[in-house]
Design a binder for this molecule. Structure first.
Ligand SMILES: [Fe+2]
Length: 525
């Protein structure tokens, strides 16, 4: 009897112990010896003119309720502290700490830190949005696969003078395990070394990414405005499933809930009340408004596989859902902002690669797979004479620039008729590290495909494409122009803080056809 009781007690004990572990044991190999409570660093995000969200996450050996002290100051030495407070945190959110500090001045740089039991976090830097702005600068990133290489793009963004924000368009983490892939040599290894399914798995994967020195430092130095793409959940996700979610991996809705919870535990995003949301809007001093979208999880219908399927054109084949589409269109039609930025996951422009490869004729995981929603947005913009729209995109790991027009393949009317004039541009960010052309098919074939894609007859609105390099986009806005510079890193195979090359394209307010800025003309190299 005694023996039985003891074994029940041991089972319960082991169970409780296992349940209280937020992270997989494989994370230990990445933690520095004697890791303190602030080993995951600090972050800030979602700035407006009077407030900003501050974030940290305690790493604690013993699980107990904890009280964290925060301070915000006007100087880097934290001498002039203007506000401070205390926050309780506990095991429900694995010791995430978030506060939206209010009553700040617009367009102002602030410094912040946290204290726990006498230990101080690193000092972070952040910035509120301006009330009036003549110029703005943002870094735009997507697709940072840890195994694919070093986050040199993040490292370079650390060196950028202060930014309005780093706009992250998703694939901040990748959910997959580590199948050997000769086309994509592994530079580093994921923990846990398997596909992430449970809350502990997702938390461990985020912890691994946040222990990367370059990612941690870019969060410390710049506020982030982030949204997710599919890999924060599972590959090619949609509302009711994902290509990389199998029945034996449990209920999809449960996995979505877990992945969503982990994302918000790690991101400086919070709601005044209720659940935080990635669908939200930012204003930057009348010069720009930014709509951050969720084209993945909220309402997306399953991807179709046949580009000629008549159901493709049905309004039921939605990527935004009715509510999000209404909110976006209403916002675009009534915004006084000079530039209207849309932070979006997947390629918006109507694009055909059928002349290069039948297999890649249409990307039905992008807006080409959801034409009814795109037409509704474009129809509303043309009907109301709304111009100066800039779509920012991630997902495809490669660099693209498109003139934004309603029927870009109708070459007879393209640019010649008012209902097919250019109303803006789409800039697609290359990946921070995730595999692209050369890693997948080799540099030679990738370069051939790149030249073929530039065919002006097939895609007159495609102005720039690069299929082989990694890095980040620097977006600069003034009242007169929006300029996008793709800054390419030398390599992702070793750590480096050099820009190997950069390419700049510009669109002018009211005269929106994209044109290239030569190196000597560009004031930001
Ligand atoms: Fe990606």
């Amino acid at each position: 009897m005694m023996k039985r009781l003891l074994s029940v007690w041991l089972m319960l004990g082991v169970g409780m112990y296992a349940e209280s572990q937020f992270y997989d044991s494989t994370l230990a190999s990445l933690l520095p010896k004697g890791a303190g409570p602030f080993v995951f660093g600090v972050a800030s995000g979602d700035p407006d003119t009077g407030s900003v969200v501050l974030w940290t996450k305690l790493y604690l050996e013993k699980h107990t309720e904890a009280v964290v002290h925060w301070q915000i100051a006007t100087d880097t030495f934290m001498k002039n502290v203007i506000q401070q407070g205390e926050l309780a945190t506990g095991s429900d959110d694995a010791y995430s700490v978030k506060v939206r500090v209010k009553n700040l001045l617009p367009g102002t740089t602030y410094f912040y830190r946290f204290y726990y039991l006498g230990q101080a976090s690193p000092v972070g830097r952040t910035r509120t949005a301006p009330l009036h702005a003549d110029s703005l600068r943002f870094a735009v990133v997507s697709c940072s696969h840890y195994e694919a290489g070093f986050f040199n793009a993040y490292r370079l963004i650390c060196k950028e003078p202060e930014l309005g924000a780093v706009i992250h368009l998703g694939d901040y983490i990748y959910e997959r395990g580590a199948p050997p892939d000769p086309a994509h040599p592994k530079i580093r290894s994921h923990v846990p070394p398997r596909e992430i399914i449970t809350l502990q798995d997702y938390r461990t994967r985020y912890a691994q990414y946040r222990l990367d020195a370059d990612l941690q430092e870019v969060h410390r130095l710049h506020p982030f405005i982030a949204t997710w793409d599919d890999h924060e959940f599972a590959n090619n996700a949609y509302a009711a499933g994902a290509e990389n979610h199998q029945p034996d991996e449990g209920d999809w809705n449960e996995r979505k809930k877990i992945a969503r919870k982990a994302y918000f535990e790690w991101m400086p995003i919070m709601a005044d009340s209720g659940e935080p949301q990635v669908i939200r809007r930012f204003d930057f001093g009348g010069l720009a408004a930014l709509w951050m979208l969720d084209t993945r999880i909220e309402a997306r219908a399953a991807q179709r596989t046949d580009p000629n399927d008549p159901a493709l054109r049905s309004p039921a084949q939605t990527i935004l859902g009715r509510n999000q589409a209404d909110w976006l269109i209403e916002g675009l039609l009534h915004s006084p902002a000079r530039w209207k930025l849309i932070g979006n996951q997947v390629v918006f422009s109507d694009f055909s690669a059928g002349h290069v490869s039948r297999k890649y004729q249409r990307n039905l995981d992008a807006w080409d797979g959801y034409p009814a929603d795109r037409e509704r947005i474009l129809d509303s913009l043309y009907a109301n004479n709304i111009e100066n729209v800039i779509v920012l995109t991630g997902d495809v790991h490669t660099s693209w620039a498109f003139d934004l027009a309603r029927y870009p393949h109708q070459r007879k009317t393209y640019r010649k008729q008012p209902d097919n004039r250019i109303i803006g541009a789409e800039f697609v960010a290359m990946s921070v590290t995730s595999a692209n052309g050369d890693e997948r098919v080799g540099k030679f074939l990738a370069k051939i495909a790149q030249s073929a894609l530039k065919n002006r007859f097939a895609n007159p609105h495609l102005r720039y494409v690069n299929l082989t390099d990694h890095g980040y986009m620097l977006l600069e806005l003034t009242r007169e122009y929006t300029r996008c510079t793709w800054k390419y890193v030398r390599s992702v195979r070793y750590r480096s803080d050099e820009v190997a090359r950069s390419v700049t394209w510009q669109t002018d307010y009211g005269n929106l056809r994209l044109y290239r800025i030569k190196a000597q003309q560009s004031d930001n190299k």
